[in-house]
Design a protein around this ligand. Sequence first.
Ligand code: GLY
Length: 355
Amino acid sequence: MSSVQTIEVHTAPAYEVAIGAGVLKTCGARLKSVLGDCRIAVVTDSNVALRYLDAVCESLRSAGFSVCSHVFPAGELNKNFTTLSGILEFLAAAQLTRTDCVAALGGGVTGDMAGFAAAVYLRGIRYVQLPTTLLSAVDSSVGGKTAIDLAAGKNLAGAFLQPAAVLCDTDCLKSLPAAVFADGAAEAIKTGVLSGEALFSLFENGTLTDAPAEIIARCIRCKAGVVERDEKERGERRLLNLGHTIGHAIEKCSGYAVPHGHAVAAGLAVMARASERLGWAEPGVSARIAACLEKNGLPTGTDYPAEALARAALADKKRSGESITIVVPRRIGGSELKRVPVTELLPIITAGLEV
Ligand code: GLY
C-alpha cells in the first residue's frame, strides 16, 4: 500500500492536507473523522465528472454520508456569476444546511468557485478540496482563496475561507494532458523561486514527474507557512502572487484562452527579465527561471503588447489607488514586494518583454 503524507495547516481552524496515491477512492472514510455526519454536495466540472465523480460519490456514501452532486461546464470562461448562481441554487434546492459541506472536486476553477459558493451560501458552510490537477494540488487547493472572475478581470469577486480538509490524490496526475500538467509546473516553479535553491534546484535538475508527491508536499509546506503567517494577504502572502500581475493580464488579454499556469509562467519570466534589466535582480536569475520554465513546456514571453498588458494589469486587485504592488524576484529564494506608481508599470513590462 502506498504511503500518504499529511501536512497540517495552522490557520483558524486548522486543517490537514493528505497527499498520496488513491486517496480519492478512500475519501469517504478520510472525511468522516473531519466532518462527522452530514450531507455532502460534490461540485465538479463536466470533464472531471466523467472520470472521478462516481468513485468519489460511492466512497462518500459507503462512509455513511448523504451525497448529491452538481456538474458545471468546464473552463475558465465559466468561472463567473452565472455558474456560481447555478451552484448556489443547486445547494438551496438540495436543502443543504449550515452543518453540511461542499466538496470541490477538480482543478483551480472548481476549487475557487465551489469554495466561493460555500463561503456565501447561508453566509458560509464548510467545504473540502479534492484537487485533481497539479496546479490545484501545489497551490490553489490550500490557503482558502475562493473567487470568480468578473468582466473587469480575474478573481475580482471572492472570499477567504479555509477548507476543512484537502485530499490530494497523486494518481489523478497520471491522466493529465501535458499542457494541463505544465500549468501546475508553473505554480510549482514559482514556489521554488520564492522558497530557495533547495526546492528550485529540484526543478532545475530533475523533472516534476520524478516524485510528484514529494514536490506537492514541499510546495504545500512552503505555502502553508506563508498562509499561517498572513492568512488574509495583508503582507507576506502577496509574494505568492509572483508572476501573477502580468499573468492575469495575459489571461485577460487572451479572453482566458491562455490557461492560468501558462500565463503565470510568462508573467514570471517577464518579471524576472525586467527585474534583472532594471538592476533589481542578481545577474543570471532570469535565464535560470526561463530555462526551468522552458524545460517544463511553458512559455517565457507573450505577443501581447506592453500597453495592453499594463492596461489589463491596472484593473487587478494588486492596484491600490495610484500605485500597484508588484513582486520582484531578486534571486532564487529572495523576492520582494515593490510598490510602484501606476505610471511605472508600462516601462517595467516593456523592459521585461525585450528578449
Ligand atoms: N495563489 C496565491 C495564494 O493563494 O495566495
